[in-house]
Design a protein around this ligand. Structure first.
Ligand SMILES: *Cc1c(COP(=O)(O)O)cnc(C)c1O
Length: 229
């Protein structure tokens, strides 16, 4: 299948999952994860209607943003970010989906202020209890939210999670449900909407949509296997 057909097929599957869940198709956005893919592939996907792409390495984000500067393509950063690379995300990403430390929030906020911009942000929550995964613990979410509230260059829109990689749907579903629980708790306690839930990838996006995802991050199902860096 060609890229345009794979994109159309995924969009159709997203629409079907929305229908099955009694949700409107426009309640879920598709974030194609273009990490490791060359610029030509991103430009081809743009011709199929996609406009915002996900990257997970700061240097690659910056290099691609510079190459794409004269297009209308936007880049979203979804990966672990060290504080000393915050400048690159503040400068080159339109959105950051993996906020997981107060120090990083303060540095990103400072960098955004320095260049006079605001950044959409999602807080990453570790919903799988796997120690190798990044993200704050669900029990720490409210304290974390209060701690970053003063970072006024960061527009905190919601939450992101990576579910456990498992064939057992119930185990994956538990991760998604946990993210929704954290969202409800934050909504009740802060009065803010927290309406974005970034959850679901190539293997589990239909389940994520059934659980309330508003953003599915799809890599291999659109682009095929990732390239070496
Ligand atoms: C690469 C990536 C994805 C997409 O994974 P696929 O299984 O290839 O769809 C989703 N989320 C994050 C954070 C990623 O880095």
């Amino acid at each position: 299948m060609a890229l345009a057909e794979r994109i159309a097929a995924i969009q159709e599957q997203i629409a079907q999952a929305c229908l099955a869940a009694g949700r409107t198709t426009d309640s879920v956005r598709l974030l194609p994860m273009s990490k490791t893919q060359p610029i030509e592939t991103i430009l081809a996907a743009r011709r199929s209607g996609l406009q915002t792409f996900g990257e997970n390495r700061p240097q690659e984000l910056a290099a691609k943003a510079i190459e794409l500067a004269d297009t209308d393509i936007k880049l979203c950063f979804v990966g672990h970010l060290q504080t000393n690379k915050a400048r690159l995300v503040a400068q080159y990403a339109t959105e950051f989906q993996a906020l997981d430390s107060q120090r990083l929030a303060i540095e990103l906020d400072r960098r955004c202020h320095a260049i006079g911009r605001q950044l959409d942000v999602l807080v990453q929550v570790n919903t799988s209890d796997e120690s190798q995964k990044y993200g704050i613990q669900p029990a720490d979410a409210l304290g974390f939210a209060r701690g970053i509230a003063s970072c006024d260059a960061l527009r905190v829109r919601g939450l992101m999670t990576l579910a456990i990689n498992s064939d057992q749907r119930a185990v994956v579903e538990r991760c998604f449900a946990r993210l929704v629980e954290v969202q409800t708790q934050l909504q009740d306690a802060t009065g803010s909407p927290w309406d974005e839930l970034s959850m679901g990838m190539s293997g589990d996006f239909d389940l994520a949509i059934a659980c309330g995802s508003t953003c599915v991050r799809i890599g291999t199902a659109i682009f095929g296997h990732r390239r070496g860096r």
